[in-house]
Design a protein around this ligand. Structure first.
Ligand code: NI
Length: 406
């Protein structure tokens, strides 16, 4: 945690207020997060969540609260002093997972769970909104977007960025993700490529069904599909430079009904992850070449579809460096780390299509609290101390990025 001196930052009003407010605000953050954790809603269905967020924001004077889409919420603070327009983003959706935690604020919505920490992200941005609301004035303008549907392509960011006026006039954007694999209190930032483009492939192998005792009369889509899965690994190991990151994972293989029938088709699905736009462009054809070759060799036909997911998340170097400096001032040098790139995807990348910005991680892992389960695990949870760190980081970042001159 930080001392009040660490948060001193020139003309912005009373950074020391953050520390003064801390115990009270930290308790409020926990209340918000637990309410959201108990009431998860999955992507594009965040109606109660959005109503709750809007209700909390409307209780904070000085904020303009509106909804640009049915399940997202925007809060805006306009200052009278010159400055830039900064966008802060939190994602608010949950996942279709049956929670296996046993604490007393587990999900009350059977089959839905905040298993990625978006309940925490939402609480953090509400905390920032409260501090911003209480500031006597502000440099420039701050937009706080509580974004729906991060977990489901095409994603809520796509809709907000390209179908609403959210980004009009915005100069810079930032957002955070809690990270259970980092200790609570740690902040991790990285310039450049940070998260991958998560694309999907869909393949149907069309063979010819028949009696399992006479495979010579059939075209076996299972045997062919198995060859396709094996050979797709050559795309990565033999088709692409070892210095270029690419993942091809077949994650779904469905065929057949019983022991003595060769089915006529096999359905396969998978994911393709990359950072480099050029490699991403080549990937669909590299993959199809393998599919075509294997299917032709064995007399099968196929249907293949490559679906682009979110863009790769590439942090702006300058903004990432500013965030690193903010982290050093907020949590100290020893708790500021260089984030490792990940093949996971994140639709924050949509905002970065429009403006420079950077995304960062706040650690939420704590062995004593068993908050080290991976994201999307049915026992995922966070060390709630990370909420305070998140507010301190986001608030300090908003202040710094809003200055007319950095
Ligand atoms: Ni997430």
């Amino acid at each position: 945690m930080t001392s009040s001196e660490d948060l001193q930052n020139g003309t912005q009003p009373r950074p020391e207020r953050l520390s003064a407010l801390e115990p009270q605000l930290s308790a409020q953050l926990v209340t918000w997060r637990r309410h959201l954790h108990m009431n998860p809603e999955i992507s594009f269905q965040e109606h109660q969540t959005a109503a709750y967020i809007a209700g909390e924001l409307r209780g904070m004077p000085g904020l303009e609260v509106s909804q640009l889409t049915p399940t997202s919420v925007l809060a805006v603070r306009k200052g009278t002093r010159p400055g830039r327009t900064v966008l802060l983003r939190a994602d608010i959706d949950a996942l279709p997972i049956l929670e296996e935690n046993t604490f007393d604020f587990v999900s009350q919505h059977q089959g839905a769970m905040h298993a990625c920490g978006h309940d925490g992200h939402t609480a953090i941005l509400l905390g920032v909104a409260r501090l911003v609301s209480e500031a006597p004035d502000w440099d420039g303008e701050l937009r706080m977007i509580f974004q729906h549907a991060e977990e489901q392509s095409p994603g809520g960011a796509e809709e907000l960025v390209f179908s609403t006026r959210l980004m009009d006039g915005v100069d810079v954007a930032t957002g955070l993700h809690l990270n259970s694999q980092l200790p609570a209190g740690v902040v991790a930032v990285r310039p450049g490529a940070f998260m991958a483009a998560p694309d999907n492939i869909y393949l149907t192998i069309l063979g010819r069904g028949g009696h399992a005792a006479h495979p010579e009369e059939a075209i076996d889509p299972i045997a062919i599909g198995a060859q396709v899965v094996t050979n797709l690994q050559h795309v990565v190991s033999r088709g692409v430079s070892a210095l270029d990151a690419l993942v091809v994972s077949v994650t779904y293989f469905q065929a057949g009904t019983t022991t003595n029938v060769i089915p006529d088709r096999a359905e396969l699905k998978g994911t393709v992850r990359s950072f480099d736009p050029g490699l991403r462009e080549r990937a669909p054809a590299l993959i199809e070449r393998v599919i075509r070759g294997v299917c032709e060799a064995h007399g099968a036909r196929y249907e293949y579809r490559y679906e682009n997911g979110y863009r790769p998340l590439i942090n702006n170097d300058g903004v990432a460096e500013t965030l690193r400096q903010v982290a050093v001032e907020t949590v100290g040098e020893e708790r500021t780390r260089l984030a490792q790139p990940t093949m996971g995807g994140e639709d924050f990348s949509a905002y970065l299509e429009k403006v420079p910005g950077a995304y960062f991680n706040v650690g939420s892992g704590n062995p004593e609290l068993e908050s080290g389960f991976p994201h999307h695990h049915p026992r995922f949870t966070i060390d709630e101390a990370a909420l305070t760190t998140g507010v301190q980081m986001m608030y300090a970042a908003a202040v710094r990025l809003g200055k007319a001159e950095l």
